[in-house]
Design a protein around this ligand. Structure first.
Ligand SMILES: *Cc1c(COP(=O)(O)O)cnc(C)c1O
Length: 453
């Protein structure tokens, strides 16, 4: 799609676009944010929907614990640890020549069981919900049953009459495919050119059909949707518009609330929580941010992070055009090593729902992602894939901002001293060792180069 007005006109009216077009790392603090009591009305979902999603995941916990032994310790709940990052915090503040204020923490979704990324929240939830709908409608389950019975040949034969399809840059396909196949669904994953080979191999080994495209995520999704539409027994997981995916992500917030309490971390207006979320199409960070706003109101501040070559959500919200624009319209190529974030066109559903709730957006270059994943490994022994490192620069963006954002939000020095900064690390633990070593080697070379001057 061509822009209705020339790029020069856009740049005059939206000064940030010139910087985006030349791949600069930018930060934009959203002047459209309003109190959550008002802005939550933009989202066509509420606290009761999140509570239902959470209850559904609890119903499925016995099945999950039975089918995936790595979740036995958490009684079938798919959850990740919360941990402090004191050494990384000191190093980042040192680099930026700023005094540390508040505390830096990690939400380690890179360690989520089953599929090793944030997609184990939304993606798996949507498959489970579909399975429950079918099983209840056809008498395979009755309300109150122990869902562990779904881990049986009879259940797999039942679900084998149905199929699930999804388009993905990799991690969503991995989550949908692993859970879909385990339940017995015929599962097809349409993978964009960005998808890593190991993800395709892993899915095929689970009996998932993987279709490969030379094109980007948008094309893989469109093709998946077309094929699924032709089959009435096929459920298409719509990454751009699915409220089920969104709710699966949103459940993270109440779980985080418990973890923060256990860690003795206070969150209220005088003790703000900043959360830095890597963003692709928007469902993952959007759903988590929605849950956080429901849980913490105006005490939580969410920022979305995107690669400099794929800032689709920033462009969509900043221009107000949402899914009507793609990064290609602005001459960007959507080529990034952050495969989970290689999305050219944002979700209009998420962009519109969250446009008055998300405090800001920033971009990170691929070189910086590699450097930061190496730093995280060296200082905190946490292994991230490139996409997942995008949350690391968020604290610096907030502490250094000069757009009047902190003042507008009443974030004075006293409150900032009480702040918790949370890097949401969205993936990494399933990356094969050889591939992780290559990421780290690349990042260490950049780190080393920096130290030289
Ligand atoms: C998918 C993904 C994201 C972002 O989620 P979206 O729903 O696409 O915005 C972030 N990090 C990783 C590792 C991912 O796989």
């Amino acid at each position: 799609m061509a822009l209705a007005v020339p790029l020069e006109t856009w740049c005059q009216q939206h000064p940030l676009i010139a910087d985006l077009v030349r791949h600069a790392q930018v930060a934009w603090f959203n002047p459209g944010v309003v109190p959550s009591a008002q802005a939550l009305a933009d989202v066509p979902l509420g606290a009761a929907d999140i509570a239902q999603a959470s209850a559904r995941l609890e119903r499925f916990a016995p099945f999950i614990a039975s089918a995936f032994t790595q979740t036995v310790a958490s009684a079938g709940l798919i959850e990740s640890p919360l941990r402090p990052l004191p050494t990384l915090q000191a190093a980042l503040c040192d680099e930026l020549d700023i005094a540390p204020s508040g505390r830096l923490w990690l939400k380690a979704d890179n360690q989520l069981p089953i599929s090793g990324s944030i997609k184990a929240r939304g993606g798996i939830y949507e498959v489970l919900k579909h399975a429950e709908d079918l099983a209840l409608a056809h008498g395979l389950l009755k309300p109150g049953d122990d869902y562990a019975r779904l881990d049986s040949d009879a259940a797999r034969a039942f679900f084998g009459q149905y199929s699930i399809a999804v388009g993905s840059t990799g991690n969503l396909g991995l989550s949908i495919g692993m859970m879909g196949a385990r339940l017995g669904f015929r599962t097809t994953v349409h993978m964009s050119a960005d998808a890593r080979q190991w993800k395709k191999d892993r899915l095929r080994a689970c009996g998932v059909e993987v279709r490969e495209y030379e094109a980007d995520y948008g094309v893989a999704v469109a093709q998946g949707r077309r094929e699924a539409d032709a089959d009435p027994n096929c459920h298409f997981v719509d990454d751009e518009n699915s409220t089920d995916l969104f709710l699966g992500y949103a459940v993270a917030a109440e779980r985080l609330r418990g973890q923060l309490q256990d860690a003795g971390i206070q969150v209220d207006i005088d003790h703000p929580l900043f959360v830095y979320l890597p963003c692709g199409v928007g469902g993952g960070p959007g759903g988590v941010a929605f849950g956080l706003k429901q849980a913490f109101g105006d005490a939580v501040h969410c920022l979305f992070a995107e690669p400099t070559h794929s800032p689709c959500m920033l462009l969509g919200v900043y221009t107000g055009l949402h899914e009507q624009v793609s990064v290609y319209d602005f001459g960007l190529d959507n080529h990034t090593a952050a495969d989970g974030l290689a999305v050219g066109r944002p979700s209009g559903f998420v962009g519109r729902s969250m446009q008055r709730l998300v405090d800001g957006y920033y971009t990170v270059s691929d070189a910086e992602l590699f450097r930061l994943l190496a730093l995280m490994d060296r200082l905190e022994d946490e292994q991230l894939e490139p996409s997942a490192a995008a949350g690391v620069p968020g604290m610096g963006q907030v502490l250094l901002e000069n757009q009047g954002y902190r003042q507008r939000m009443g974030l004075d020095a006293r409150r900032m001293a009480n702040a918790t900064h949370l890097v949401w690390a969205t993936g990494g633990s399933m990356v094969p060792q050889q591939e992780m070593d290559a990421y780290l080697e690349k990042g260490r070379a950049i780190l080393h180069g920096r130290q030289g001057h």
